[in-house]
Design a protein around this ligand. Structure first.
Ligand code: SIN
Length: 305
């Protein structure tokens, strides 16, 4: 069988293939060890970490909708101290690059997190989550404002040598403007999209289903929106893009790659099919073989280049 190159370079992070996990859907990579060898992944993107431990929002905080999941988890996580002192030790045996997602209530918190993670050799890159719709402070409040995104990215980039990946929200009028602001601020890669703000109402109770009333919609329903946004952003910036949003199989992954993503993040579908990521890697390999594509990078942005 002829050798296909699936490896990609995301801002200096060498991935053996383009497939990563979308933050928040894969824990810290440890929950999936019973299903497959996570070292087969291009990279593992962890659940977002904050300065302090967070219990997250009260339940119900996750519900199914047709072709999507609506969540309002509220960034439940153990906090940076426990992450560094304990979780990281468990991650020692993961050889795939680890990208740690971070979020803060304030700019200072993002900077502190970036500074602390900068000292950790095990970590290949940092994802700046400026797009969580489920927290009262920070998150999406930063992500909808290009000036804030620019400032936050600049401040965080100054605090670390590690590649900074900014995760963008789709809940904006013009995602290209926000993407350019992040790149101008020092983002070496962009990840898009996070969830679309949504709501569901229990008609018997006559109340919102989620305790937090609104949440973020993920899953196949948002894929065409995400592909469109990747396509727009890829034509406007010169940093590699990680495409995220409703990817279920290799065909979906290829849509993102052809739209301009160098890498893809699998999210909600990990809950439906825990081996989705490895199935997608295999699917990409077979597609390239069948189509005579020697290097997957040839396909990046081919729908408009
Ligand atoms: C959450 O924890 O609420 C979801 C994470 C996110 O949307 O960034």
């Amino acid at each position: 069988m002829s050798k296909i190159n699936l490896s990609v370079d995301i801002a200096g992070i060498k991935m053996q293939n383009p497939v990563t996990t979308a933050s928040g859907t894969f824990g810290f990579g440890l929950d999936y060890l019973d299903y497959f060898d996570v070292n087969q992944l291009g990279a593992v993107v962890t659940k977002t970490i904050t300065i302090n431990r967070r219990m997250g929002n009260p339940p119900p905080r996750i519900i199914e909708t047709p072709s999507g999941l609506l969540n309002s988890i509220g960034l439940a996580n153990p906090g940076i101290d426990e992450f560094i002192q304990s979780t990281l030790l468990d991650l020692e045996h993961i050889k795939a690059p680890i990208i740690v997602s971070i979020a803060g209530d304030t700019e200072e918190e993002y900077v502190e997190l970036a500074e602390r993670l900068d000292k950790v050799d095990k970590i290949a890159g940092i994802e700046l989550n400026v797009s969580c719709p489920n927290v009262r402070m920070g998150g999406i409040q930063f992500g909808v404002c290009p000036e804030q995104v620019n400032r936050l990215t600049k401040a965080s980039a100054a605090a670390t040598q590690k590649p900074l990946i900014v995760k963008l929200t789709p809940n904006v009028t013009d995602i290209v403007e926000v993407a350019c602001a992040a790149v101008e601020g020092g983002a070496r890669s962009l990840s898009l999209i996070n969830t679309l703000l949504g709501m569901s109402i229990d008609i018997n109770k006559r109340k919102p289903v989620l305790a937090n009333n609104v949440g973020g919609l993920a899953g196949p329903a948002i894929r065409p929106v995400a592909v469109r946004m990747v396509w727009q952003v890829a034509q406007a910036v010169d940093v590699p893009i990680i495409g995220v949003g409703g990817i279920c199989d290799y065909r979906d992954a290829l849509e993102f790659i052809m739209a301009g993503a160098a890498s893809v993040g699998v999210g909600t579908w990990n809950f439906v099919n825990p081996t989705a990521c490895v199935d997608i890697i295999e699917g990409l390999r077979c597609f390239c073989l069948e189509q005579g594509v020697k290097d997957i990078n040839e396909l990046v942005g081919c729908s408009w280049k």
